[in-house]
Write a protein of this length. Structure first.
Ligand code: CA
Length: 221
């Protein structure tokens, strides 16, 4: 999962970013509304965590702009505690959820997972696909009910493919889910993760479309 965090408070921003990364979420962090809008037009994010009071463009204006150009990206708004009008205005402007500051990082992580599920039309927290089960909250995977040890980026690669079964993802699209701004991407990294996943799970799960990318069939054997 790749998230854009828009928060101008340096302490809160760096804390939230670190917490998200710890939970296996790739988080890009910007402290101003205009930069956030530029990032959102350049990259597809799985979700946005949006503070309202921001320099250069406030959070509500940014949210309204996103929705007026029909950008469906799930948005979780950070509001001041007790500010009911902020929550109402935020939801009416197209936010999908909100959290009042100060909040618990575990709750933010859980709400983001729920947003991601809803945006993909997945009703259950555990992703099931053929013989595989993936629990994004526990970062745990099983094959035929037996736990499989996956490294964080192997897990994220598999998660991206399972959230898009039947759709081919290019290497660049998978990289976008795994790496944030300033992360170094080794060439062939995705090939290596796919190779490891095939070995740890089973070879036929992830199919290659030569020159295009990878996919997991909707009903894998
Ligand atoms: Ca602020």
């Amino acid at each position: 999962m790749r998230v854009l965090l828009v928060e101008d408070d340096p302490l809160l921003g760096s804390g939230v970013r670190a917490g998200l990364e710890q939970a296996g979420v790739t988080a890009d962090w910007t402290q101003d509304g205009e930069e956030a809008e530029a990032a959102l037009s350049a990259m597809t994010y799985d979700a946005v965590v949006l503070d309202l009071g921001l320099p250069r463009m406030d959070g509500l204006s940014l949210l309204r702009r996103l929705r007026s150009r029909h950008d469906p990206v799930p948005v979780l708004v950070l509001t001041a505690r007790g500010a009911v009008s902020d929550r109402v205005t935020g939801l009416d402007a197209g936010a999908d959820d909100y959290l009042a500051k100060p909040f618990d990082l575990a709750e933010l992580q859980a709400r983001l997972r729920a947003l991601l599920r809803r945006s993909r039309g997945i009703a259950t927290p555990v992703i099931r696909c053929g013989r595989i089960e993936l629990d994004p909250a526990a970062r745990a995977a099983t094959l035929d009910g037996k736990p499989v040890d996956l490294l964080p980026r192997e897990f994220a690669t598999l998660e991206a493919l399972l959230l898009n079964t039947g759709r081919v993802l290019s290497k660049a699209q998978i990289e976008d889910r795994l790496y944030g701004w300033g992360d170094e991407i080794e060439s062939n990294a995705i090939e290596v993760y796919v190779h490891h996943l095939r070995r740890k799970l089973y070879p036929d799960l992830i199919r290659t479309v030569r020159g295009v990318g990878y996919f997991v069939p909707k009903d894998p054997t």
